[in-house]
Design a protein around this ligand. Sequence first.
Ligand code: ATR
Length: 277
Amino acid sequence: MSQHYGILAYPAKHSLSPIMHNAAFKALKIDAKYGIIELKPEYLTEFIKEVKAMPIDGLSVSMPFKEAIIPFMTRISVDAARIGAVNTVINKKGVLLGENSDFIGAIMALKEGVKNLKGKRAVVIGAGGAARAVAYGLLKEGADVMILNRTKNKAVQIAMEFAELFKSQIYAGDLEHLEDGDILINTSSIWHTDNLDDMMLPSFCNPAYIAKFGLVMDIAYKPYITPLIEAAQFAGVPFIMGDRMLLHQAAVQFELWTGQKAPIEVMGRALHKALFA
Ligand code: ATR
């Protein structure tokens, strides 16, 4: 019997997840389909009731459901609970397991640039849901984290919450007071604007600042080359683009659902093709 998976989001139409997962299923000859479930947030309760009864084996969960879906899970992993977000659901005959593959995806992407994160100092821009996952992953790997956010309070809140969980240090600040480090990561949605070309570049994109780091990562993949990545190129600092985290978190989901090693090359090629279509 064929397996069914899907991305639950609103809006969901432009998701790149179906392309990656369907390519993986095809490559491994797994009889499964991965579709798009675009759901208005007010229908979440009804939808979850149906999921338990429907032949849906797993879900990817995106905005705005990553937090809202938690109460509906039978169990969630410790990591997902601490991050406060579920982006992966495994349906075992109506028992819903919630996981978070974002933080692992972020770490796997970073490890393409730096083998060992222990003792590294990471500066994380942004204090939204994505920042929580990235900061959590970094702390778990033993890196020290400085979260800088336009609204400092939000960064402070994350720092206070996570400080108790890990031996490594977490600090908070605002974007007016930049700090140096080994790794600079943008998790903010600052590039989500209609007039990016006219935007005054934030100070964390200053090449003189970036040159102080050994590695730069932007988790945004639209535009594919973000202003931060462009500045890293200009400063001659190694960088990792947002498609890598997207790919790795999908690969982790695939492995959670199927128990098989994800064909990451195949998924990456499919993703690239879609990004440049
Ligand atoms: P996500 O789940 O993708 O992290 P989010 O929770 O809405 O999205 O968080 C968006 C983050 O991007 C926030 O840290 C936000 O800063 P504020 O907390 O000050 O709102 C940050 N962000 C969005 N637009 C920004 C901009 N123009 N300049 C700086 N930071 C911005």
